[in-house]
Design a protein around this ligand. Structure first.
Ligand SMILES: C[S@@+](CC[C@H](N)C(=O)[O-])C[C@H]1O[C@@H](n2cnc3c(N)ncnc32)[C@H](O)[C@@H]1O
Length: 296
C-alpha cells in the first residue's frame, strides 16, 4: 500500500469519527490527493453546463416554435378559406396558400391595402371575386382592391373595390394608385402573358410600399409559347427570367465594376423566393455593404 493510501485510510479510521459531516467534508476538500473533490467539481460543472444548454435551447427554440405555430395556423386558415370561396390558390392546380401564409401572414391583423390583378371569371357574368373574398376574411382590417379587364363591379362590397382595365394600361394603374397610394401587397394573377407580367412589374413595383411584397402567380406560362413564354430556359423576356434577374440584382454590390450605379430594382429588392409556379419578391432597402474580399 502506498504511503498516501495508508495515510488516507488512517485518517478515515481515526479522524473521521471525531468530526461533524461538515468538518469531514471540509477536510476532504483540503486533501490535495483527493480525486473525489475533482470528480465532484467536474460533476457540478457538467450539471451546470447541461442546465445552461437546456436553457439556451429553450430560448432558441421558443421563437421558432411560436413562428411555426403561427405560420401553420395561418396556412390552415388560408387553405380552408380558399376552399370556402373556391379560389384555385389551393386546389388540384396550385398549392399557393402555405407560401402566402409564410410571407404575408404577419400582416394578418394590420390595416393595409392588397391589390390583386385578375379578379376571376373572365367574361362570364357574375363570376369571379373568389380570391378577393378570401383575402378580405383572412385580413380582417385590410382593403382589398381588384383589377380585371372585364367589368367585375358586382364584387364590390365593404373593403372590396374593383377596377376595370388592362394590367398594362398605365392610366388605370395611375387611377388605382391615386385612390390607394400605399399598396403593401400586389399579386399578379391576371393574363399570365409574359410580356404583361414583366410590364406590370415594371409599372407597379416602384410604386409598391417600401417594405411591400410583389407576387407573380402561374409562372409556368414562362415556358409556354402560347403565353409569350419560351421553352428556352435562358430566354430573357419571361416572368421566370424577370425573377432570375431580380435574384442577381440583390447582389449588385458584388459586381466586379465597383462604380456600378444600381438600378431601381437593384436598390429595392431584398428577397426573391421561387416556388412551384410562384414567385415572391420582397421590397426593401438593398443597402448592405459590398464585401471586402478582392473582387477580381
Ligand atoms: C385566373 S383569373 C383570376 C383568379 C382570381 N385571382 C382568383 O384567384 O380567384 C384571371 C383573370 O384575369 C383577367 N385578365 C385577363 N387579362 C387581363 C389583363 N390584361 N388585365 C387585367 N386582367 C386580365 C381575366 O379576365 C380573369 O378574370
Amino acid at each position: 500500500m502506498a504511503f498516501s493510501d495508508k495515510l488516507r485510510s488512517g485518517v478515515v479510521q481515526h479522524v473521521k469519527p471525531l468530526l461533524s459531516d461538515e468538518g469531514w467534508a471540509k477536510l476532504r476538500g483540503l486533501d490535495p490527493t483527493s480525486r473525489t473533490r475533482d470528480v465532484d467539481r467536474m460533476r457540478v460543472q457538467r450539471d451546470e453546463a447541461r442546465a445552461r444548454a437546456v436553457k439556451a435551447e429553450a430560448i432558441n427554440q421558443a421563437p421558432d416554435h411560436t413562428t411555426r405555430r403561427t405560420e401553420a395556423s395561418d396556412a390552415a386558415d388560408l387553405r380552408s378559406l380558399a376552399g370556402k370561396y373556391r379560389t384555385d390558390k389551393w386546389s388540384h392546380q396550385h398549392r399557393y396558400t402555405p407560401h402566402y401564409a409564410r410571407h404575408i401572414g404577419y400582416l394578418r391583423n394590420e390595416p393595409f391595402t392588397l391589390l390583386e390583378v385578375g379578379i376571376g371569371g373572365y367574361a362570364r357574368e357574375l363570376d369571379g371575386g373568389a380570391s378577393l373574398r378570401m383575402w378580405k376574411e383572412f385580413f380582417p382590417r385590410a382593403t382589398i382592391v381588384g383589377l380585371d379587364i372585364e367589368d367585375k363591379k358586382f364584387v364590390d362590397e365593404d373593403r372590396i373595390i374593383s377596377y376595370q382595365g388592362s394590367q398594362v394600361d398605365p392610366s388605370i394603374l395611375d387611377r388605382i394608385l391615386a385612390d390607394h397610394p400605399d399598396i403593401r401587397v400586389i399579386i399578379d394573377d391576371g393574363s399570365h402573358v409574359n410580356e404583361h407580367v414583366v410590364e406590370t412589374f415594371r409599372l407597379l413595383f416602384p410604386r409598391l410600399h417600401p417594405q411591400g411584397h410583389y407576387v407573380i402567380e402561374d409562372t409556368q406560362t414562362a415556358y409556354w409559347p402560347r403565353y409569350g413564354g419560351s421553352p428556352d430556359l435562358l430566354a430573357t423576356h419571361t416572368s421566370m427570367a424577370l425573377g432570375k434577374r431580380l435574384a442577381d440584382d440583390i447582389n449588385f454590390q458584388e459586381y466586379t465594376d465597383a462604380d456600378h450605379e444600381p438600378t431601381y430594382d437593384q436598390a429595392n429588392v431584398v428577397g426573391v423566393h421561387f416556388y412551384h409556379n410562384l414567385i415572391f419578391v420582397d421590397k426593401g432597402s438593398n443597402d448592405e455593404p459590398r464585401t471586402s474580399f478582392p473582387h477580381n
